[in-house]
Design a protein around this ligand. Structure first.
Ligand code: ATP
Ligand code: MG
Length: 433
């Protein structure tokens, strides 16, 4: 097999190269034949003028089908017509793998496909340069997240994804049969990362996959999703956690802007890099803003999808911000482990263009208060024994957040549907591929 020497985006004039990739398109102008060859770097034009290539190559150009995998050896040459300004005149073409002639979708995007067709044929959908770009940006998001958290002395950890009980009790859990017992897939690392605060490691983070049995099909929920979670000790209030989250998100956006310019251009997206601190909108203010705009929301309720979205528009119009924290939530809307002042939770959400991308706060570290809150939420204290134990032997004040990666990329790139930013999204209806 011919050995690839470069990708289509690093061709130089007057070199002998070997490119390898897929036949994106074929054109025949009689005396001259073209192939657009697609690889990871983009698209290269292979030009075969009858007079300049062997008869064998000229004929072979005709037999190639769309999406066949080929390798092409040839010389590069400046060309005004070629998309990159360079074309390759082939001296050897090797067929590596053929494709059936009727394609399940069109990687050159001349024919539109609906989201289900795209996801059913995801391997081919990802061949589209614009879809590949999304996943290159996703990789940069994770790299930047890790870079920032390590720079702030966080230690990366991995916690179990199978556990004996759920995080917040009951709902949204996927049960599984675990030898002679029932177990559950992890819905979040909440209990483990809090346990880590009793170990003296002070600052930990985890980037992992979580499972939630979301009943309804929405454009922003999946059964499997990825998150960056952190937990940190010796905090004074949830503001210490907010500080890390806003600087993390702002670092991620800056890195994507600096390092993924070509991908953003391909997607036609501009990412605004926000300055820190991000705006804080108190829950009470959010409710008033929504009521003023005619929304039927009441103090004490959690915000639904529609009101979150409307609030996004209001904040953007009023202050010009895409990213803002919602703070001072009523305690009743937050999980049992949330710390509080009276009826107000020491918890926050981070919303991006009207969609929640993160939740966090200061946790309760006093074991007696924690037990009371578990009971008040109607949960059985007995099933939290393992969780409560570390709180009985020296637990510092702590807090953290979970940041949804799939939500972040969806909002950053203005994707219609969370599924577009996930390789193989799974939801209630879809379990394959
Ligand atoms: P929502 O109210 O939007 O369903 P949540 O408050 O239940 O989210 P959290 O428990 O706060 O979610 O989880 C932390 C973050 O994880 C969320 O802010 C979100 O970014 C992400 N997330 C939660 N559930 C899902 C899901 N089913 N699919 C994708 N991302 C999710
Ligand atoms: Mg939340």
């Amino acid at each position: 097999m011919l050995k690839r020497t470069c990708y289509s985006n690093n061709l130089k004039d007057g070199e002998e190269v070997v490119l390898a990739g897929w036949v994106h398109e074929r054109r025949d102008l009689g005396g001259i034949k073209f192939i657009l060859l697609r690889d990871r770097g983009g698209i290269a034009q292979i030009t075969a003028p009858k007079k300049k290539v062997s008869e064998e190559i000229f004929k072979l150009m005709d037999s190639l089908g769309r999406e066949w995998v080929i390798a092409v050896k040839g010389n590069t040459k400046a060309s005004l017509q070629a998309p990159s300004g360079l074309e390759v005149i082939p001296s050897e073409i090797e067929i590596i793998s053929m494709a059936e002639p009727s394609l399940p979708l069109d990687p050159s995007e001349k024919v539109d496909a609906d989201i289900d067709t795209r996801l059913d044929n995801r391997f081919m959908d990802i061949r589209k340069p614009r879809v590949t770009a999304i996943f290159k940006i996703r990789s940069e998001i994770l790299r930047a997240a890790r870079e920032y958290l390590l720079s702030q002395a966080f230690v990366e950890i991995q916690t179990p994804k199978i556990s004996a009980s759920g995080t917040e009790g009951g709902t949204e859990l996927f049960p599984l049969s675990y030898f002679e017992r029932e177990a559950f897939l992890a819905q979040s690392p909440q209990l483990y990362k809090q346990t880590m605060m009793a170990t003296g490691m002070d600052r930990v983070f985890e980037m992992a996959h979580y499972f939630r049995a979301e009943e309804s099909n929405t454009r922003r929920h999946l059964s499997e999703s990825d998150a960056v979670d952190i937990e940190m000790s010796f905090i004074e209030s949830e503001d210490d956690v907010i500080y890390i989250l806003e600087n993390l998100v702002s670092h991620i956006l800056k890195c994507v802007n600096d390092n993924k310019k070509n991908e953003l251009a391909l997607l036609g997206v501009e990412v605004n890099t926000p300055s820190t601190p991000f705006r804080r909108v108190k829950y009470e203010e959010a409710i008033s803003l929504l009521q003023e705009s005619g929304f039927n929301v009441h103090h004490g309720e959690d915000l639904g999808t529609e009101s979150e979205k409307a609030l996004g528009n209001i904040v953007k119009e009023k202050y010009g911000d895409d990213l803002y924290f919602l703070t001072k939530y009523p305690l009743s809307t937050k999980p049992f482990y949330t710390n509080f002042d009276g009826e107000t939770a020491r918890a926050f959400d981070l919303d991006y263009k009207g969609v929640e991308i993160s939740s966090g706060g200061q946790r309760i570290h006093n074991v007696e208060i924690l037990k009371t809150r578990i009971k008040e939420k109607g949960l059985p204290v007995s099933s939290f024994e393992a969780y409560l134990k570390p709180f009985r032997y020296g637990m510092p004040p702590h807090g953290g957040f979970g940041l949804g990666i799939d939500r972040l990329i969806m909002q950053m790139l203005n994707l219609e549907n969370i599924r577009e930013g996930v390789l193989f999204p799974h939801d209630r209806r879809r379990l394959e591929p």
